[in-house]
Write a protein that binds this ligand. Sequence first.
Ligand SMILES: O=C(O)CCC(=O)C(=O)O
Length: 199
Amino acid sequence: MQQLNLFAELAPVLPVTYYPDFLSQELANELYQHCLKLEWQQNQIRMLGKTMPVPRLECIYGDYGCDYLYSNSVFLKPLTWTDNLANLRDQITALTGYKFRIVIGNQYRTGMDSIGWHADNEKSMGLNPAIASVSLGCVRKFQIKPRNGKPTDFWLEHGSLLVMHPGCQSTHLHQVPKTNKVVSTRINLTFRPHTGGGR
Ligand SMILES: O=C(O)CCC(=O)C(=O)O
């Protein structure tokens, strides 16, 4: 019993599932090349009264009308699904049972590109969204923590899938911190539900 308690303390149960080999290396390479050609944008974000560039490039694909606003300042209007992104979406749905209507891409060009502590709790996704995150390219550290707790680190590998289950965005925060290490490009795709738009 003692041991079990100790184990629970060392390895907190997280509302996520990590699949390191979700895609074969060959498929992950092909998808990475496809994603480099997506319509990447440098968006501006307004925080603490200042407007500044988002520290990464972004793109969005999805169902018609599933517009997405985050941090009350960055407005993303989905482009039509590419065949590769739609196939990937369907593959994740077949594995997890979760349905998605948009995918937001993040491109981290250097170690200075990042995303700070946050939860993906925009109303447009509905209550308790499941979010599925595919990583391609350079491995970067992803951290997740209970709102007032200690972070757990994941090293998100090329071709991996991390699923954040319903409820995760209410109880936990996550981030990809900056790093001084020399890193090459990483692309992340987060598949998300959406309550609006046409069907
Ligand atoms: O790049 C990642 O792994 C995380 C992306 C993320 O947190 C987000 O898009 O909200």
